[in-house]
Write a protein that binds this ligand. Structure first.
Ligand SMILES: [Zn+2]
Length: 379
């Protein structure tokens, strides 16, 4: 029996590890479940999808650069994540300086220098297209990219299609998970030794058909997930087919098939667009506030070159009206989002408009270097 205990321990360890998702740095992850078109946003480097086979994840990193008709800089602007993980010192290129672009080990390189994390927002090819475009056409191309990253309606539609196409494999997975958990408990608690001899014999007879049924469920679920992968095309290199083949061989990795299908299925977006599409109101308000605050009160850019600052400035002025339109559609008002907070103690007299922290002395700056704003007394 102890051999079986080991097999089960390995099985469940593999199952638990299969639910881990890792990002190179802290980013937003949208994690959905049984409810179509709904997800929760988490800002983390590692997440665990949880027990439910209905869970899926979409990575939603911030746009890691800013660009303008003048050039491109690795100083992000309008980020929703906190801390924002900005580069210590921004690098910037004018478009006509860009000779070669490469992507390696999760980074985009420009002229041989590591430039910004490869989040999928702008591929190497698209970056080169921008560099080689006629100056007159470039601004329009840049604005089109901006709009491409702010499409809550498209994200929502995709989430609903994903839920529909993967409902059956998720249900099959749930059934398998329940049966395997029951079998594990049967073995782990030594049920066969605790019941009468007749019961033990009856249970032993049930075991082979049950295992055959589990094998059938497993194969059927993987085949259905494979059909979903073929229908739900994703841009870029698609490794989901080989992941499914691996899951077919190693059943412990076949209990989150919806998550396999979802991997890379969502186009790169601004995290706020994902929150507006799938998140709860509280998450929408939080991300909208953080994005707007980063646009209005940027940090860490004091030592950037004039070129980097000019590029980021243009980017902010182009991004804000696009965001404002999406916020308006979601009935979120920037003025309300950025309104002064209620004093959290009678002594509070100033606050930082970027992080919302309150202070008992007016004047000066918050630890991020943002000038404090007097806190209006409310009756
Ligand atoms: Zn602050």
């Amino acid at each position: 029996m102890s051999d079986w205990d080991t097999v089960l321990a390995v099985y469940w360890a593999l199952w638990a590890a299969d639910g881990l998702r890792r990002a190179p740095r802290r980013i937003f992850h949208a994690v959905g479940g049984w409810r179509p078109g709904r997800a929760r946003l988490r800002f983390a480097r590692f997440i665990w999808l949880g027990v439910s086979p209905a869970r899926w994840r979409a990575a939603a990193p911030d746009i890691p650069f800013s660009f303008s008709p003048l050039g491109i800089s690795n100083r992000p602007a309008g980020t929703a994540g906190r801390p924002a993980n900005p580069p210590r010192e921004a690098a910037a290129w004018r478009w006509d300086e860009i000779r070669e672009v490469g992507v390696a080990a999760g980074w985009v390189y420009v002229n041989g220098q590591r430039f910004f994390p490869d989040t999928g927002h702008l591929s190497g090819v698209q970056l080169l297209e921008l560099a080689r475009a006629q100056p007159a056409a470039r601004e329009e191309m840049i604005r089109q990219h901006l709009q491409r990253w702010l499409r809550p309606a498209q994200v929502r539609r995709r989430a609903i299609v994903l839920a529909g196409r993967t409902n059956s494999p998720a249900l099959f997975n749930a059934l398998s998970l329940g049966l395997i958990a029951g079998l594990s408990a049967y073995v782990a608690f030594g049920v066969s030794q605790r019941v009468s001899a007749e019961w033990a014999a009856a249970l032993a007879r049930m075991l082979p058909p049950l295992l055959a049924y589990l094998a059938l469920l497993h194969v059927a679920a993987v085949v259905m997930a494979w059909q979903a992968v073929r229908r739900l095309k994703r841009p870029g290199a698609d490794k989901r087919g080989s992941t499914l083949l691996g899951a077919l061989m190693l059943p412990a990795q076949a209990l989150r098939l919806r998550a396999v299908v979802a991997e890379g299925f969502f186009p790169p977006q601004h995290p706020l667009a994902v929150a507006l599409a799938l998140g709860r109101r509280r998450e929408q308000v939080e991300l909208a506030f953080q994005t707007l605050a980063d646009l209005r009160w940027p940090t860490d850019d004091r030592h950037d070159s004039p070129l980097a600052r000019e590029i980021a400035g243009w980017f902010r002025s182009a991004l804000e009206p696009e965001l404002a339109a999406r916020l308006k559609a979601a009935q979120l008002r920037p003025k309300q989002l950025l309104a002064p907070p209620r004093p959290d103690s009678p002594a509070s007299c100033a606050y930082c408009p970027r992080c919302g922290d309150q202070f008992t002395s007016a004047g000066g700056a918050c630890p991020h270097g943002i000038g404090l704003v007097p806190l209006g007394r409310r009756r």
